[in-house]
Ligand binder design. Structure first.
Ligand SMILES: Nc1nc2c(ncn2[C@@H]2O[C@H](COP(=O)(O)OP(=O)(O)OP(=O)(O)O)[C@@H](O)[C@H]2O)c(=O)[nH]1
Length: 393
């Protein structure tokens, strides 16, 4: 399962985003450090279910009339403030929690209504672009610290025959989610002395920045879009990062409305319908959410998770089945599983994602849409339904 971490300064709306996206019960309050533990929950990314290409919908629990919700892990990493890498605020424990993430969703208070410590200030008086840089800076500094602390070990290893700097650094950085491939690619772009003893602080810092950018890509959620001045969202876009305007509070209200049976809405829809009795005040509140959705094409909560998985991480969704005509597993469930794989993955990669035994015993695969055998180097496409033939059951 891919793992997406919510990061951001206190009071940007991470807990609200997390609660909406997981509908888990966490404290939400207007003071810094509401969230004390790194929360871990299940959320979903949304895509078109392949069953849309057939006469009947698949009936899977994660498919709402052709809108398919694919599980992901969501981490709520609270309370990053400037100086966190030196232990300020809730410090290093939260940076540590980021190591498990494939991508970072940086929840920014686009209203400019809280300063970088998360304290409320007059709306529009704080420039949200400031908080974009400091999160990256904290992560970079923190990783630099890890590399510094481990450098002596690399120097020691370099004295043994057969020393390979790529390997040594990959060993050190795997805990941060870097592979040997990442380290090799990173070192290729950097100028550095071959003897680790001759590395300077700047060399290590440069390596940290590059590895962080490679292994923890960031998307910005311009939260509180319901009250944010539009120029703030424009300024966030000028950073060149992917920016999704959002109202976490709006998404939470809609999901609570669905739970109470008064609203008809699927996460990621660009509109909703009121289907139950509501007070005038509640109706007015929902209409304000509708305004934001009309302007930005939705509440942005589902949209930002989708963008993180499909655009930032370049994943595709593939559906393994056992019966290529009925698109079922052994128990007759239609399209039972969905896997988010790296673009460029092959049928064998899908087999390994299902189970290592299925991967080890992989023989060949059939495209269940065309009913044709596909070659081993076929690159899976979004929505592919694949029958894997393997010696393993
Ligand atoms: N106007 C508006 N307010 C929001 C929105 N999302 C969250 N808030 C408010 O912002 C405040 C902070 O939200 P939280 O979700 O607790 O913020 P947090 O980032 O988790 O804060 P910490 O737990 O302190 O790190 C609360 O008063 C929320 O109601 C939104 O979309 N619009």
């Amino acid at each position: 399962m891919i793992s997406i971490a919510l990061a951001g300064k206190p009071n940007a709306g991470k807990s609200t985003f997390y609660k909406a996206a997981t509908m888990a019960d966490v404290d939400v309050a207007n003071y810094p450090f509401t969230t004390i533990d790194a929360n871990r929950g299940v959320s979903y990314v949304r895509t078109d279910c392949p069953c849309l290409e057939r006469d009947e919908r698949c009936g899977n629990d994660n498919c709402h009339d052709g809108k398919r919700y694919v599980p992901i892990e969501l981490l709520d990493v609270a309370g990053l403030v400037p100086g966190a890498h030196e232990g300020r605020g809730l410090g290093n424990q939260f940076l540590d929690a980021l190591t498990n993430a494939d991508a970072i969703v940086n929840v920014v208070d686009a209203s400019g209504g809280t300063n970088e410590e998360g304290e409320p200030v007059e709306v529009g008086s704080y420039d949200p672009v400031e908080e974009v840089d400091f999160i990256e800076e904290e992560m970079d500094q923190w990783l630099t610290g890890i590399i510094d602390r481990n450098w002596e070990g690399v120097v020691r290893q370099s004295r043994s025959p057969g020393f390979d700097i790529d390997e040594a650094l990959a060993d050190m950085l795997t805990g941060f989610g870097a592979t040997e491939h990442d380290v090799t690619a990173s070192l290729r772009g950097l100028e550095y002395p071959s003897d680790p003893q001759k590395w300077t602080d700047e060399h290590r810092e440069e390596l940290a920045r590059d590895i962080r950018a490679r292994t923890k890509p960031i998307i910005l959620v311009a939260n509180k879009a319901d009250v944010a001045p539009e120029e703030n969202i424009e300024r966030l876009r000028e950073t060149g990062k992917m920016v999704i305007p959002a109202t976490a509070e709006g998404e939470l209200a809609l999901r609570q409305g669905v739970e109470a049976g008064v609203v008809d809405y699927d996460p990621g829809d660009d509109d909703f319908e009121v289907v139950g009795d509501l007070s005038d005040q509640q109706r007015a509140g929902l209409e304000r959410i509708r305004d934001v959705m009309q302007e930005w094409g939705g509440t942005g909560v589902q949209g930002s998770l989708d963008a993180a998985a499909y655009d930032l991480l370049d994943r595709i969704t593939a559906y393994p089945v056992q019966n290529e005509s009925k698109w079922t597993d052994g128990q007759g469930n239609v399209l039972p599983d969905a896997f988010l794989l790296q673009r460029g993955s092959t049928p064998r990669d899908l087999a390994y994602a299902v189970h290592s035994d299925i991967g080890d015993g992989y023989l060949h695969a059939v495209n269940a849409k065309t009913k044709r055998d596909i070659s081993d180097d076929y690159e899976l496409e979004e929505g592919d339904v694949i029958k894997i033939v393997s010696t393993a059951k």
